[in-house]
Design a protein around this ligand. Structure first.
Ligand code: 13P
Length: 287
């Protein structure tokens, strides 16, 4: 069953571990993440960016696919289907399509506009039992063609958004999407501590989970992060293994050209990445 992310994140916050959001791109991705979560008895969040949503033929297709897989694969762990970095329009579409969790990313608006639009979604999500993530302070890097400069969120603004009654809050603390550059100074823990002090109990979300050193991720969890988003790392792992298969000429022997065979090593690589991250986040066995 699809569930809101609220309970799993509140439990993670109280238990001092993190729940992974793994972004999905297609059927193989979704199956790999769900099977690994079930194998490790870990709660999981499937993230869908608007770009990936279009690629997978729209939100209703995704809801159908995910619900079908949960049923057919006998998935018993809590699964939230979550819009990642949604626009206001995208959020409305996902709510109508049956997503169990929404991120409205109003971080690029002036704070007053972010508050206005987030407020409009709070009551609807509350009534429908859908978890709502808001964002303050843009996450750096590039995702789906949206480029943002890294910034650290203002704790006072974080409090203003948290007080609206959202379920969880993404706040920039020097994290960026995609690969971190050589000269990345690392996460700003003083910023995280100030945000946590301002927002109290609110579970915090760490975007840009790819390539953050384990000790920094663990410290962030100890300071109030309850959800960590991972996308690029699964993509890199998947593509490297598919490349290896083709470069070794395995598609040229026997029935090696069968797409199920071509993609299989990539799927295993996604599973390995998800296992490694779940171990790092401490959520194994928490379902
Ligand atoms: P990465 O692609 O850097 O792992 O970030 C994922 C993310 O934050 C999705 O919102």
């Amino acid at each position: 069953m699809l569930v809101s992310a609220k309970d799993m994140l509140n439990k993670a916050r109280d238990g001092h571990y993190g729940v992974g959001q793994f972004n999905i791109n297609n059927l193989e991705w979704t199956k790999a993440v769900l099977q690994t979560a079930e194998e490790l008895k870990a709660p999981v969040i499937l993230g869908v960016s608007e770009g990936a949503g279009k690629y997978m033929c729209g939100y209703t297709t995704i809801v159908g696919m995910v619900k079908g897989m949960i049923n057919e694969l006998g998935i018993t762990v809590p699964v939230a289907l979550h819009l990642d970095h949604g626009t206001f329009e995208g959020a409305k579409k996902c709510i109508n399509a049956g997503f169990s969790s929404i991120m409205f990313d109003g971080s690029h608006y002036p704070i007053e506009e972010n508050i206005k639009l987030t407020t409009a979604l709070v009551n609807t999500c509350d009534i429908l039992g859908i978890s709502l993530e808001a964002e303050v302070g843009a996450i750096g890097g590039e995702e789906d063609g949206v480029v943002a400069m890294g910034e650290c969120a203002d704790p006072a603004e974080c409090k203003q958004i948290a007080d609206l009654g959202v379920t969880m809050l993404a706040a920039g603390i020097g994290n960026i999407h995609g690969k971190y550059p050589e000269n990345w100074p690392g996460l700003s823990f003083p910023t995280l501590e100030a945000i946590k002090a301002a927002v109290g109990d609110m579970p915090l979300v760490l975007h840009g989970g790819t390539g953050i050193p384990a000790e920094q991720v663990k410290k962030a969890i100890s300071l109030g992060v309850a959800k960590i988003n991972v996308n690029t790392e699964c993509q890199i792992a998947f593509t490297a293994k598919v490349r290896e298969y083709i470069e070794e000429g395995k598609d040229l022997t026997g029935k090696g050209f069968d797409p199920r065979k071509v993609l299989a090593p990539g799927v295993e690589a996604i599973k390995d990445t998800v296992r490694e991250k779940m171990d790092m986040f401490g959520c194994i066995g928490k379902a």
